[in-house]
Ligand binder design. Sequence first.
Ligand code: F6R
Length: 613
Amino acid sequence: MCGIVGYIGNQNALPILLKGLEHLEYRGYDSAGVACLNHQKDSLFVIKEKGKLSALKEQLKGIHLLSNAGIGHTRWATHGEPSRANAHPHTDPHNRIALIHNGIIENYSSLKSDLRRKGVRFRSETDTEVAVHMIASFYKKGNLTEAFRKAVEKLHGFFAFVVLSKDEPGQLLAFKRSNPLAIGLGDGENFIASDVTAFLPYTNRVLYLEDDEFAVVTREKVTITSLKTGKVVNRKPSTIRWSISQAQKGGYPHFMLKEIFEQPRVLEETISKRLRKGENIFFDTLSKKIDRKFKKIQKIYLVSCGTAYHAGLVGNYMLGKYVRIPVEATVSSEFRYEDPVIGSKDLVILITQSGETADTLAALRLAKEKKALTLAIVNVVGSTIARDADAMIYTQAGPEIGVASTKAYTAQLETLLLFTLYLARLRKTINADDFSKLLREFKKIPGYAAAVLKQAKAIETCARKHYHRRNFLYLGRGYNFPTALEGALKLKEISYAHAHGYAAGEMKHGPIALIDHEQPVICIAPESKTYDKMISNIEEIRAREGIVIAIGTEKDKNLMSLADDFFSIPKTHEVFSSILTVLVLQLFAYKVAVLNGRDVDQPRNLAKSVTVE
Ligand code: F6R
């Protein structure tokens, strides 16, 4: 979490930093701050404010500062409450050095005690402040890089730092361990940021820092050095192909709504890029060598967090059915600590939008340590998990800015299904006929998704009836049990109402006690092999006067007659249904949140990229 940005060049730094922070606010918005070189006064200008970036901008009104180097930060609080004192940048007592940080310094407490004994006075409750005092304690004029290196060597944990000093004004220093840092290469100017969106309006040429690397960034040059070897690293820049307009709202009131409506296009592009001559699935990032390994694996683990975990659960059903191999879907934070029984015959699939989630990254490292084959299904190009896994498939959803994941989720489902069919062909567990039939149907899914979204008005009407309620139950079976979990997660994270997803068959084992005339139950019941069982569950809800909001297959008169509100998906094979049913639930959550006046794109306490444990 936390977004960090740095600029050095020939333009005015402050507006560039603020623009960059706008793009990074999804990473946290508990406070924001900037530090710029004030050339006239030979000092650092530092300003910070509690709350969102808008509060900082308010503070900056009327301030005209000309500076060509600076750093900026948007915080997701870990150590110390959201406050101005805890906001970054943090500075040394003489205001010579300013530092911004994303991550956690795990041994900060003992370092803080040592520094206190030496007379250092702390002005915040953060772990970060320790880092700047450590640098200051090693600093003698002219040796900032050396002092930074010495300080970093003493720190445990995972972090990305950027440092600016008035004494060495021609450079920014950066260091990365676990948390991401990208360097944007401009013409006579350079940028540093947690995520390329912060500098994409200026350049699409990027150098990604690897773990334990330092960068000295001047306006003309970037020098990367490895902490371990002390040697200079030569790395070729990558080019980012998507544009900043793809990451802007395009006329929608919220990024989330824009991203919901982008799904038919994303689904279309994902399929068309993966089909060769329309008949075969191919992944340009998978080699023959990896294919040979895929043929030999004996078990698959799907490891991920939050929404991506729900995608993993759907993948569990898909892979089990078509590849006929044991599959286990688990959350990364459990997997990494449960001492999993994995080895070289296992495939561990990491599913992640950001490619930076701390627990998923740790799960990847554990799987590699245990010699399992690792495959990352990732959205953010060049992210740490994408780079570190043995093999990788991009989900091609484009930048997702809304904190609540929507298009990245359906792109994950689609990619998992494409991968399932690919693996089933490779391992010969599906015959050519069934494969072609499924592919033919697959190609219709983007059109079906557009049809589902046409119900937006009706979904809004339903949301108006229920937005004041504080408890919602979501039920589904098979491929749509994870949809129930995902629908509930969407609602609670953006509307703050309590919502619980359940496997419908479990209802009678407890949740049925909740049902009365005030309890809305969202029942996901498209055509499937468990359809009749779902209908029985719905009858049980009605018998107890529960409010039934049903999602089923179009023209399902039976279901319509049982439901207070009914939304449909086109008739399709059940393996595709979860890609479509979830669209209704995303829109429902969105509408409920808007009607409650919630901050949809930046819900409280959340951040888009969870780079802490
Ligand atoms: C919910 C949501 C989160 C993420 C989770 C994993 O809408 O977005 O639950 O799915 O934090 O993030 P990634 O996919 O980046 O690993």
